[in-house]
Design a protein around this ligand. Sequence first.
Ligand code: FE2
Ligand code: FE2
Length: 228
Amino acid sequence: MQQAPLYFAEKTKRYHMKKQKEKNPDLETFKALLQSVEKFTEEDVNYLMEDLEHWGFFRMPASCKKHNCYEGGLLKHSLNVCQMAQMLREQALSIRPDLAPLLPMDSVIIASLLHDVCKSGIYQKVTRRLKNEIGLWESSSAYNIDYSYLPVGHGEKSVIMLLRSGLDLSDDEIMAIRWHMGGWDLPYQSQEMIASQKKACEITPLVTLIHTADAMAANLMERPYTIL
Ligand SMILES: [Fe+2]
Ligand SMILES: [Fe+2]
């Protein structure tokens, strides 16, 4: 008797995933990029997509104030970082072709698309009453942040979540995801952390590439500016 509601729940989940895909070309692009990674099987990609859906990744904004602050903004940000990282890779290799073995396209896709998985579920939509420009109260939606699920940091949380989802990540991909915030994520009282981030940058240019692509996507492709 217990199987019926489970079956119904599963059907409902798949229906909503299908509907979301139909409406959302970003989701199709995201999945197609993952499917293009040679070492990922179809099963790997399907498991990951289900976990991302379950964690709320596809519904998240990229931030609550700075960039892509709307539902689905995190998915768009991930695609933007991937696009930016591919452009930077091409430019970098035109100057330094010897770096090609250290910047495989598959690793660029993995690290760029999945660097912010840690943001899944941390933003919750709320309605706030705020005064508008002429002093009238009006309702507007905003996001609160809740770090209660697995509060172990930022990049390191993404790595843990991806490994838990069964993904086979290389050391370089792990380092690039872990340190995608660059120096902004360093606790300066820890010499070990400072030395680790520096060493990761020395081992593979993928760390610098993903960090730069993330900053450029957030600040050049997504953040609004007032141009006077
Ligand atoms: Fe991040
Ligand atoms: Fe990011």
